[in-house]
Write a protein that binds this ligand. Structure first.
Ligand code: PMP
Ligand code: GLN
Length: 380
């Protein structure tokens, strides 16, 4: 078999969750909540099933859900997408990312990826025959940031797509308005498209607003904006997300979408559409996760871990150089097997080996789960 993905093994999330299970460790590795979603959401999905919403929906998704998304985006970010022509429901953000890349990246096209990067971007670029051009984030006392001059220098006539992700997995960094202006300056006058992975859009802390690219008309006009209900409604296993993009881009997206999944499961789309009528669940999410972030940070403040800033997402990155000289993968394995708390090495999010002495913890957990992990971690 001639492999198309020679460098790809099993994802770090799968491996670390398996190791956590093997050692009975508290799993702060893979990002998912260990608490239940709102029972009302379950009732709404069950109602949709009983009401007979069990056959294929429209190819691009249940209209009521697309309308609810358009209304939310307009209310929060002031951009009016046409729900029928410019929004498509996807099987999680993962399928949206893959389909967006496949529909616009031709063999030999370059795609700029900011590293550390969520793990699904690079393999999908490779499957499209594209060439990933990594640009490393800068790491200073204020945490991680995007070095825009370096990114501008990475642009060539072959650049087809730039992938951004804010709030950012794994670092928890967020892009600010000035960042989006810098991005707009780089792409102005080119035919470069933008893939904006905003799955953590409702997890931005300390009263700061989420800087969706669709707040910026110039960027919205060339961007695929991607989000996921798995993160927002605590149902990562449902795999329902969406992509919003201007009509000509969405037409290309749907050409691929209709042949890789065709449609996404119907009753969950109806259930989520009804649930979205109430904005409270996503409006309350920043405060909900900020409290957990603060509990986790407070618990580690007396330990020998050094906390990096955590402005968004449900991840906290820490330095461990005062505890161990192991590399990130070895330290994460040791933490899982010996201390019984699983973490993810940030080195796993780079295309080339890079050690920063930093691991990522997920704090989307019940308070008692976090307390148990903190007892173990603060003894180090
Ligand atoms: N992008 C990022 C940055 C993510 O963290 C995740 C989930 N881990 C995804 C995309 C994929 O989301 P989904 O589970 O909805 O496919
Ligand atoms: N996005 C999740 C994380 O970063 C994991 C999703 C997955 O396992 N692929 O932990």
């Amino acid at each position: 078999l001639r492999t198309k993905l020679p460098a790809v093994g099993t994802t770090v999330f799968t491996r670390m969750s398996a190791l956590a299970a093997e050692h009975g460790a508290v799993n702060l590795g893979q990002g998912f909540p260990d608490f239940a979603c709102d029972p009302r959401l379950l009732d709404l999905v069950a109602d949709a099933m009983r009401a007979g919403h069990n056959q294929y929906p429209m190819m691009a998704g249940v209209p009521a859900l697309r309308e609810a998304i358009a209304a939310k985006v307009a209310a929060l970010y002031g951009h009016a997408y046409d729900p029928l022509a410019e929004i498509t429901i996807t099987s999680g953000a993962s399928q949206a990312v893959q389909t967006a890349i496949l529909c616009c990246v031709h063999p030999g096209d370059e795609v700029i990826v900011i590293e550390p990067a969520y793990d699904c971007y690079l393999p999908n670029i490779a499957l499209a025959g594209g060439v990933a051009v990594p640009v490393s984030m800068a790491l200073g006392d204020d945490g991680y940031s995007v070095p825009w001059p370096a990114l501008a220098a990475a642009v060539t006539p072959r650049t087809r797509l730039i992938i951004i992700n804010s709030p950012h997995n794994p670092t928890g960094a967020i892009l600010r308005e000035a960042d989006l202006h810098a991005l707009a300056d780089i792409v102005r006058g080119t035919d470069i498209l933008v893939l904006s992975d905003e799955v953590y859009e409702h997890m931005v802390f300390d009263g700061v607003r989420h800087e969706s690219v669709c707040r910026h008309p110039e960027l919205a006009a060339r961007s695929f904006v991607i989000s996921s209900f798995g993160k927002t409604y605590h149902v990562t296993g449902w795999k329902v997300g969406y992509v919003a993009a201007p009509k000509p881009m969405m037409m290309e997206f749907r050409k691929v979408h209709q042949y890789n999944v065709f449609t996404v499961n119907t009753p969950m789309q109806h259930g989520i559409a009804s649930y979205m009528a109430d904005p409270a669940p996503y409006r309350e999410l920043p405060a909900f996760y900020q409290r957990k972030r603060d509990l986790f940070r407070e618990g580690l403040s007396g330990s020998r871990f050094t906390l990096l800033p955590a402005d968004g997402t449900y991840f906290q990155c820490v330095r461990y150089d005062a505890i161990s000289a192991l590399d990130e993968a070895a330290f994460s394995e040791w933490l899982t097997s010996e201390i019984k708390v699983a973490a993810i090495p940030v080195s796993a999010f780079y295309s080339e080996p890079k050690e920063s002495g930093i691991v990522r913890f997920c704090f989307a957990k019940k308070d008692e789960t976090l307390q148990l992990a903190l007892e173990r971690l603060s003894s180090l």
